[in-house]
Write a protein that binds this ligand. Structure first.
Ligand code: NAD
Length: 362
């Protein structure tokens, strides 16, 4: 157990079993160095308790990296509720609200796979350490805006384009984020090829946005400028990578690279990758700032920093001839664990921020 915590560098893990509601939940807190840990509550079925714990630890760490590069005053945390065979949602999420409340604000919960504003509203009856309730703006708006800005920066880097007019984007997944992104791209004059396993969403994009549709398995091979994964994780893998004909990858999906190695392979193939947890931080920025009392105008202003951070990462990658994924991880680790620790890490990865040129990264 503690080896696992050491591996993911998670500081503390909390377990709750509540027989009355059937709640079996885990809250993992990776870091509170820059503020309370903020991260979603995942409510799905797990094959085993070990898998649930692994998920919580890995996801909590990811949230720390995302928060630290978004420069928001939050740490990284995540919770999972093991989905019971049968349950009363109200009892279950009230009990989870009590669990969150017991931690006194060290962890703030939010929507994740299997939860929605409806569950957050129930949790909010028991704790104030909750975001993404139905009284708030859908964070996907801010995520889509951040990804749109990130695609614009990537195109400036690779195509030296100031506008997206005529830029061809292959967009995978037309859900909350993907469809809004498609609307913004279309408005900016981009050409769209889209795929989704939901035919209705594809039809909507074709009818309303003039997009070309391809089947879900053909989206990787579209000859385009930007491939934008906005559906599921792990889409850059041994099967898809040889098919890619894009110049850039920039989308909202979490954990797009199946392994770290795939980030290196993209770099070798000269495909510019916008690290997922940097480009998709808009929703987290919204959740954090709204929770801390800022209005949407301030939040939109802060979200513009996503493109600044991305430009810095792209420039550092170019100057040091290192994958953008390695640059982003190293930068996050340097901020999280301190320069002396990251020094070792940098050496082992061969990343050198002292040779930085073309933009401040640290
Ligand atoms: P969503 O569930 O609303 O949309 C996902 C879409 O992808 C759906 O339309 C689904 O049918 C489609 N899809 C699933 N499998 C597919 C496949 N094999 N091929 C093509 N399409 C497929 O989710 P969302 O909120 O839009 O989030 C999209 C991604 O962005 C997820 O990976 C999510 O974790 C990540 N993300 C979302 C936010 C946010 O604010 N919503 C923030 C950060 C990261």
């Amino acid at each position: 157990m503690f080896d696992l915590l050491a591996q993911e560098q998670v500081r503390d893990v909390h377990f709750k079993y509540d027989p009355a509601s059937g709640l079996r939940a885990i809250i993992a807190i990776h870091s509170t160095k820059f503020g309370p840990a903020l991260g979603g509550c995942r409510f799905i079925s797990y094959d085993s308790e070990d898998r649930a714990l692994n998920d919580a630890l890995r996801l909590a760490r990811g949230m720390s990296y995302k928060a630290v590069l978004a420069k928001i005053p939050q740490g990284g945390g995540k919770s999972v509720i093991l989905k019971p065979a049968s349950y009363d949602p109200e009892k279950l999420f009230l009990a989870f609200g009590d669990f969150v409340n017991e931690l006194g604000g060290r962890y703030i919960t939010a929507i994740d796979s299997g939860t929605s504003a409806a569950e957050m509203d129930i949790i909010a009856r028991r704790t104030r350490h909750v975001t993404s309730t139905s009284y708030e703006t859908n964070p996907s708006d801010f995520t889509a805006e951040g990804v749109f800005a990130g695609i614009t920066v990537a195109c400036q880097q690779v195509l030296a384009n100031e506008s997206l007019t005529g830029v061809h984007v292959a967009l995978q997944g037309l859900g909350n984020v993907g469809f809004q992104l498609a609307q913004r791209l279309r408005k900016a004059g981009a050409t769209l090829t889209v795929a989704d396993i939901d035919e209705n969403r594809v039809r909507q994009a074709v009818d309303q946005l003039g997009a070309q549709a391809v089947s879900a398995d053909k989206i990787y091979a579209v000859d385009c400028d930007v491939f934008s994964p906005c559906g599921l994780g792990g889409v850059i893998n041994d099967q898809t990578l040889p098919q890619l004909k894009c110049k850039m990858i920039a989308g909202s999906a979490n954990n797009q690279l199946l392994t770290e190695e795939h980030g290196k392979l993209l770099h070798q193939r000269n495909i510019l990758y916008a690290p997922d947890y940097v480009i998709n931080a808009g929703g987290l920025i919204y959740a954090s700032m709204h929770h801390n009392g800022f209005d949407n105008h301030d939040i939109a202003h802060k979200s513009q920093e996503i493109s600044v951070t991305l430009a810095e990462i792209f420039n550092a990658s170019k100057a040091q001839e290192k994958p953008t994924s390695v640059i982003a991880d190293t930068l996050a680790e340097a901020r999280l664990f301190g320069l002396s620790n990251s020094e070792n890490k940098r050496r082992s990865q061969g990343v050198d921020f002292s040779r930085r040129s073309g933009g401040e990264v640290a």
